[in-house]
Design a protein around this ligand. Structure first.
Ligand SMILES: [Zn+2]
Length: 509
């Protein structure tokens, strides 16, 4: 079987195996399995957004040529960046007959494996209350000192080093005396009835620049007028800490602007919030089995609601499939409720048991074994070279042997370092931990997008959607569930109690 290896070394926020070690272990693994490695793809120290991984993208592209059947990775977290990446890329690879395989983790290659991988891969994209708490505490610490957490600095602020003598010192927000007046001007003008376009023109005519150091446009001004940081609120990733920033706009003015914006909202030209189609890669047309994809209608209701749908890729003008479109929130809500139903105490305890069983099989520490056998090999080679050296009289050859010995010595040192890193890892997952995690998922906030995504990513394997029913398979090994129209309306009632807004099977066109 032909395989390729994908290795990645990230910004080293934590200690991790070097590219060389990842490659070595993958090659050793391939050898033990009888695979032929036809190519390596390596991304070194890149910041982590998927488009920053050129070799990864290349590997995905090359998979279309169908010259290899597997992608080997040192650990599965080398493959995934965030929670959506893996599903999408794995689906792409699967289409080309390619599977992803970890050289060091025994995760079963079935739907249950997806669940386990998500739960124990240590990938912090997984919804974890504990993690959020930790992040929050860090942010609070940063906020106390008005420290930057990265990202664009809003106009009106600047960053100064906390410790001026230290180049890598943390930075804190202070008012930028040069640009803060512009922010005040924008708010005041808007509150006094200027249009966004008029304000834009006025600022650009004077050559003033936005936070991105570019000319102002509608979108940058809109962002500014909505930015509650100007009230002195430190905001990061959904967490808000009042008083965590220096204040630029007082509350009266800010509220006045907010009121005005609400009134002007009827204007459909304003930037739309981009809908996230969380069922992408999981939702299929029941009739033609094609993927169902996100589709946003151009129509906007009087109330300013934009209609978002999933539609079969094979449907539409001049396309054969007659599957009707389905309202996005409607179908997503139903699937979410089905996932929650899955999380009964009995099911939770069953899943936890299975997860722990598999986690324990990690304890054979195959990565460690492989590294140790590599060291052993290197040491044998060293011995052999030493023997040759003792027998050798030719100076040129002796020189070459010395060089070899140097290389082997460095290799052994490197491997020893990797083993140390590997030993620090702990794969111990207790049943209670998994139970707690799943319990937290059972009563998460149904409107929280992160929560919704986690539920679907973890539990949903595949959904086939018909016009009057759908079938859903879960990652938990539970039996396929078919939901018919009668059940749909029951769920609807349940949902309306949660005041979720969706249109009743509203079909566009
Ligand atoms: Zn179809």
């Amino acid at each position: 079987m032909n395989v390729v290896i994908y290795a990645r070394y990230s910004d080293s926020k934590q200690r991790e195996e070097s590219i060389e070690a990842q490659l070595k272990v993958c090659h050793a693994y391939a050898e033990s399995k009888g695979y032929t490695v036809i190519r390596e793809y390596i991304d070194r120290a890149l910041s982590g957004r998927s488009d920053d991984r050129p070799q990864f993208q290349l590997m995905i592209k090359h998979s279309e040529r169908k010259q290899f059947q597997k992608v080997l990775v040192y650990k599965l977290d080398r493959f995934s960046r965030d929670e959506y990446d893996p599903a999408i890329y794995k689906a792409q690879l699967r289409k080309n007959g390619v599977k992803v395989e970890s050289a060091t983790e025994n995760i079963p290659d079935n739907s249950f494996g997806i669940l386990i991988e998500a739960l124990i891969s240590g990938n912090n994209a997984s919804y974890s209350v504990e993690l959020r708490e930790k992040v929050k505490r860090n942010l609070e610490l940063n906020a106390e000192k008005c420290l930057s957490n990265g990202g664009t600095t809003p106009l009106g602020y600047k960053l100064v080093r906390l410790n001026p003598n230290e180049e890598k010192s943390k930075k804190k927000y202070v008012i930028n005396e040069e640009t803060a007046p512009t922010v005040q001007e924008v708010f005041t003008k808007y509150a006094n009835g200027w249009s966004i376009k008029e304000i834009c023109d006025s600022l650009n005519a004077r050559g003033l620049k936005s936070a991105q150091r570019a000319a102002f446009n509608k979108s940058s001004l809109h962002t500014m007028l909505c930015n509650r940081k100007y009230l002195g609120i430190y905001i990061y990733d959904g967490i808000e800490i009042p008083g965590g920033m220096p204040q630029i706009i007082d509350e009266d003015l800010f509220n006045k602007v907010a009121e005005k914006m609400k009134l002007n909202k009827k204007n459909p030209g304003r930037a739309r919030a981009k809908a996230e189609y969380i069922l992408t890669t999981k939702l299929f047309c029941g009739y033609c089995k094609e993927k169902m994809v996100g589709h946003s209608s151009n129509q906007i209701s009087k109330k300013g609601i934009i209609f978002n749908y999933y539609k079969c890729k094979n449907s539409g003008r001049n396309k054969p499939c007659k599957k009707k479109m389905v309202h996005k929130d409607y179908i997503e809500d139903i699937i979410i409720m089905e996932c929650r139903k899955l999380l009964t105490p009995e099911n939770i305890s069953r899943i936890a048991k299975e997860v722990v069983k598999i986690a324990q099989s990690f304890d054979d520490r195959s990565a460690l074994h492989r590294l140790e056998s590599l060291i052993q090999k290197a040491q044998e080679e060293k011995e052999n070279q030493m023997t040759s050296l003792r027998a050798c009289k030719d100076d040129t050859i002796r020189e070459m042997i010395f060089e070899d010995l140097g290389r082997i010595g460095a290799e052994i040192k490197e491997l020893e370092k990797q083993i140390e890193i590997e030993k620090e890892r702990h794969y111990v997952v207790t049943e209670q931990q998994v139970v707690d995690h799943l319990k937290s998922l059972a009563d998460g906030d149904i409107k929280d997008i992160t929560y919704r995504k986690s539920l679907i990513r973890l539990f949903v394997n595949k959904i086939f959607l018909y016009d009057d029913k759908f079938t859903i398979t879960f990652n938990t090994g539970d039996e396929e569930v078919t939901i018919t129209e009668v059940m749909l309306s029951e769920i609807e009632e349940e949902l309306s109690g949660n005041s979720l807004c969706f249109l009743k099977n509203k079909v566009h066109q």
